[in-house]
Write a protein that binds this ligand. Structure first.
Ligand code: FMN
Ligand code: SF4
Length: 367
């Protein structure tokens, strides 16, 4: 049996294979952030497609941290009845499911939240608008909000939680000198910038207890001037390791407050060699960090996924857009049809999501 399809244990969670559906905002939650039947159906389809682990889209842990329409809410118990259905859909087909917890920070649109955006520091956002720096009391409140959301997720049957530290959202903003200009205990050195993350991890761990997997998604680097560097990512990973994190997913790139994206790579990979966005970051991670690695970004071919696992470059292979294109991709590969994903990484699927029409593969529909 290929190592890709081995059963493994991640933080005590038994996974049927080494494929992970990376968190994907589908834009299909109800107006208030409740889970919908459409989201349950998507989860069931992914689980039928035999993904070992499904990571939910990012749920906002407090109302001012919402980033977008159609986003799942996790800040109140009333949202968890719907999320229980999602968990059942995953478990019916032997997939595990982890709840991603996040906060958009300075990227929370005031129009949507009806309150001013907050972040590590004051920051101009849209023309004429700015986010304000969080007070120490607000930081304490946020830490409790992550812990509370994690407990609700555990009670709803999720197999674990993932704290979103990537992509220029609030905790990524704290980690990044580009956003974080604080001069108190939460700014300056990398230890100070990581303080809020470590306090959240501690709160979540104390809230959910031992034996419940707690993962993070972290930027391999920010790809923005004065952003988080590779060396700092490694230092943060070492701090997370010392604090007992169960798994780290490496991603990358940042969206700045003006909405400009700073991805690792523009355009679409045309060769297998171009597929893995963070290959070199993963190599450096594996040299220094012992926590199981989930690698996401640009992986499109079975042969590449196999090589990543067999060479030990990563422990898990995560996919996002290929599973929008073809939710049954992993089952197809398992059946022996190992042709690559047809996803061309064009990112056009974000267009209908942002327009409030929900997620679908635009390229497939227009083919
Ligand atoms: C439509 C869409 C929605 C996404 N939503 C999330 C999200 O909710 N949380 C997150 O951490 N990343 C999110 N991402 C980023 C992906 O999880 C992934 O890191 C990125 O797309 C690279 O992987 P890929 O090349 O396999 O698509 C999203 C990406 C896309 C295209
Ligand atoms: S729209 Fe483009 S990026 Fe999105 S799933 Fe389809 S081919 Fe992939």
């Amino acid at each position: 049996m290929p190592q890709l399809f081995e059963t493994t244990s991640l933080g005590g969670m038994t996974l049927e294979n080494r494929f992970v559906r990376s968190a994907t905002w589908e834009g299909m939650a109800a107006e208030d952030g409740s889970c919908t039947a459409a989201l349950v159906d998507i989860t069931a389809e992914l689980a039928r497609g035999e993904i070992g682990l499904i990571i939910s889209s990012h749920t906002f842990v407090s109302p001012e941290g919402r980033s977008s329409i159609g986003q799942l809410a996790g800040y109140d118990e009333r949202f968890f009845d719907g999320l229980r259905q999602m968990v059942r859909a995953a478990h019916c087909h032997d997939s595990k499911i982890v709840l991603q917890l996040g906060h958009a920070g300075v990227r929370s649109p005031t129009l949507l939240t009806k309150q001013s955006a907050v972040g590590p520091s004051c920051q101009a956002t849209a023309p004429g608008e700015s986010a304000r720096a969080m007070t120490l009391e607000e930081i304490d409140g946020l830490i409790r909000a992550f812990g509370d959301a994690a407990v609700r997720g555990k009670d709803a049957g999720f197999d674990g939680v993932q704290i979103h530290l990537a992509h220029g959202y609030l905790l990524s903003q704290f980690l990044s000198p580009y956003f974080n200009k604080r001069t108190d205990d939460y700014g300056g050195s990398v230890e100070n910038r990581a303080r809020i993350v470590l306090r959240i991890l501690d709160q979540v761990r104390n809230s959910v207890g031992e034996g419940f997997p707690v993962l993070v998604k972290l930027n391999a680097e920010d790809f923005i001037d004065n952003g988080l560097t590779v060396e700092e990512m490694l230092q943060v990973s070492a701090m997370l390791e010392a604090a007992g994190i169960d798994g780290i997913e490496l991603s990358g790139g940042t969206t700045d407050p003006a909405g400009d994206e700073h991805p690792v790579r523009e355009g679409t990979p045309t060769t297998e060699a171009e597929e893995v966005y963070y290959r070199d970051h993963a190599r450096q991670y594996k040299e220094r960090i012992g926590v199981p690695l989930i690698l996401v970004g640009g992986i499109r071919s079975y042969t590449v996924a196999e090589e990543l696992i067999d060479s030990g470059l990563t422990d898990y292979v995560a996919l996002c857009r290929p599973l929008i294109r073809e939710p049954g991709l992993v089952a197809r590969w398992k059946s022996g049809d190992t042709r690559p994903s047809e996803c061309g990484s064009c990112a056009a699927c974000l267009v209908p999501i942002r327009a409030g029409k929900g997620m679908y593969c635009v390229a497939a529909r227009s083919a």
